[in-house]
Write a protein that binds this ligand. Sequence first.
Ligand SMILES: C[S@@+](CC[C@H](N)C(=O)[O-])C[C@H]1O[C@@H](n2cnc3c(N)ncnc32)[C@H](O)[C@@H]1O
Length: 207
Amino acid sequence: MARKGNKTGEWARRHINDPYVKKATSQGYRSRAVFKFKEIDDQDNLVRPGMVVVDLGSAPGGWSQYIARKFGDKVTVIAIDLLDMEPIEHVHFIKGDFQDEAVLEAVDKLLNGRKIDLVISDMAPNITGVRSVDEAQYEGLLDSVLYFCECRLKQNSHLLVKLFEGSAAHYYRREVKSRYKSGVVRKPGASRSKSREYYFLAKNRTP
Ligand SMILES: C[S@@+](CC[C@H](N)C(=O)[O-])C[C@H]1O[C@@H](n2cnc3c(N)ncnc32)[C@H](O)[C@@H]1O
């Protein structure tokens, strides 16, 4: 128990002293994650006026907030999360699992025949601690992201997805790459160097 307490204290101390947390708070952003997306967007010029963007695993809302602040109603943002999210002006929020039929129907209703230009996913599965279960859940989640893109993305659209180092991610990158013209790895400054997470950006979906 004591060890758990120490770990929580360590996390809280690191969180309070984190420059990205301070920056997010001072700029009125809901999460430090916003700076991961901002850095990738600055480098790759991902979001442009007129686009339809789907933010998978959007809560608390940093990424959606960033796009809405930058583009207002010039970009359509559909944000989806299992958890509640405080409303953001110009962002359509759907609460639920993006794999559920009801959520997919709500997305299609909002799209109203339009196709998506960009899918961004910062999702990670809930960790149970049982390795085989966690890996299966992670792979299932990644497959569902690909399936979601298959059905709704425009030709030449892009996908930005969070991955964790390991063989599943390696295999997944190959899978994604075969469907897009290019794929690059991004590890933004706000993504802690000790963390196994990184982002994979696939550009220009092929027919
Ligand atoms: C790291 S947070 C996202 C942070 C967000 N990018 C931001 O800037 O505030 C990951 C989110 O993914 C959500 N998530 C995980 N699996 C999901 C699923 N199957 N469907 C919808 N949301 C999911 C979690 O509820 C969590 O809120």
